[in-house]
Design a protein. Structure first.
Length: 414
């Protein structure tokens, strides 16, 4: 048979024989070397007396549950290799992310496909097994024969993840094992789905994901994670990586996070941030978290109160990425005092030479920096708002920030 299925559970402990048929030990582990081949087992680790031997895949003639036979006897002692991914040590019983099922699961067994290459048997990792069938295989291992186990498991539905869809978490910095598998599957998931996964991981595993993920995706993910975990995640990261993630977040969210950390740690992260982002966040940290100043963001578009629709269009084209979170344009006088709020939707079909204030909301709604959250959420509900400007005080009405509907939703979640 050119191709055959094997399981790690039934191969562990099988005897290994030399060219003369002598028993030289038993199989204790096997390893991929992802930089060489991401699916083919490259090394077989054989227990022989007090030490282990390392056997390359091209030294093996045949593989079966009754034994592994060699075609080359130039054997070498096993020495730990940081580039190996060992099946027993590094994968079996470890947590992995089932990106398709959007959950964290545990590896119970591993399935291999045996193929013939150059007249000899080689094993390619096919999938990891996470269901009841794989648990049965392990429970019965050594009690009954592999043939009986296979017959018993045939009535149980298979539950596995193909190897190409696996994202293995390896958080141990001493071994530094990394699979040659992209995080693309994770990064393409909706942040809310990925947040559900992250919340079910251990502390080190969460840090492993955030450390390897690009900063923009990590920032989107962090905002979806439960608030009590956000500070723990940022705390676990290197200051430079934490700063990169915070730079991608809304300044108010970044400020809230930093306020949850020890002062020395907050300053360490702030020192790694770009100066402009740092100034925005530091300004917001001075406001109380339980007031409008702590909820608002400083990323808004303000134009002179005599600006036209065309001027607004020109400004919006300068930063098209900002449109994703922009709901309104604010009109201010020469002293930055708020004069009007213009919903963005009203400008889609407006003539370019029309004054912006012609499309302003009436009445002008705003809150001061010390307004309470319950009053803010009440205003969003009552007036069906998408954005609410924040001013310094009732008298001067200088524009200092904006609260969006997303901020209110996050507030209500908390």
């Amino acid at each position: 048979m050119a191709e055959e299925i094997f399981y790690l559970s039934e191969l562990l402990g099988v005897k290994v024989f030399d060219l003369k048929g002598r028993d030289i030990g038993t199989l204790r582990d096997a390893a991929l070397v992802p930089l060489i081949d991401p699916v083919r087992l490259d090394r077989y680790l054989v227990g022989a007396g007090p030490g282990w031997l390392s056997i390359r895949h091209d030294q093996i003639q045949s593989i079966s549950t009754s034994g592994i036979h060699l075609k080359d006897e130039r054997l070498t002692p096993y020495h730990s290799d940081e580039y190996m991914l060992r099946m027993v040590r590094d994968l079996l019983d470890q947590q992995i992310i089932d990106a398709q099922g959007r959950k964290v699961v545990r590896v119970n067994d591993i399935t291999f496909l045996k193929e013939i290459e150059n007249g000899s048997d080689v094993l390619h990792i096919l999938e990891v097994d996470i269901g009841v069938r794989s648990i049965v295989r392990r429970l019965l291992r050594g009690i009954v024969s592999p043939g009986v186990i296979r017959k018993a498991q045939s009535r149980i539905p298979a539950h596995s993840i193909r190897w190409e869809f696996c994202n293995v978490l390896e958080a141990d910095p001493q071994r530094r094992v990394r699979l040659n598998i992209s995080n693309r599957l994770l990064e393409n998931m909706h942040p809310a789905d990925l947040a559900d996964i992250v919340e079910n991981l251990g502390h080190e595993d969460r840090a492993a994901i955030f450390s390897t993920m690009d900063s923009e995706t990590a920032a989107e993910l962090l905002t979806e994670v439960e608030p009590e975990l956000q500070a723990k995640i940022i705390e676990s990261l290197e200051a430079e990586k934490a700063a990169e993630i915070l730079e991608e977040m809304e300044p108010s969210e970044a400020a809230d996070l930093l306020n949850e950390l020890e002062e020395d740690r907050s300053e360490e992260i702030l020192d790694e941030m770009e100066e402009e982002d740092k100034e925005e966040v530091e300004e917001l940290r001075d406001f109380r978290d339980d007031r409008a100043g702590g909820l608002m963001d400083t990323g808004y578009l303000a134009l002179p109160d005599d600006a036209t629709v065309q001027r607004a269009h020109d400004e919006l084209r300068k930063d098209e990425d900002a449109l994703e979170n922009l709901h309104a344009i604010f009109l201010v006088d020469a002293d930055n005092r708020l004069r009007a709020t213009v919903p963005l939707a009203r400008l889609f079909f407006a003539p370019g030479d029309a004054p912006l204030k012609q499309f302003a909301m009436d009445p002008l709604l705003f809150v001061t920096a010390d307004e309470r959250p319950d009053r803010i959420s009440e205003m969003f509900d009552k007036y069906n708002l998408l954005a609410l400007p924040v001013v310094d005080d009732e008298e001067r009405q200088k524009l200092i920030g904006v609260i969006t509907v997303d901020d209110v939703v996050a507030l209500l979640r908390r």
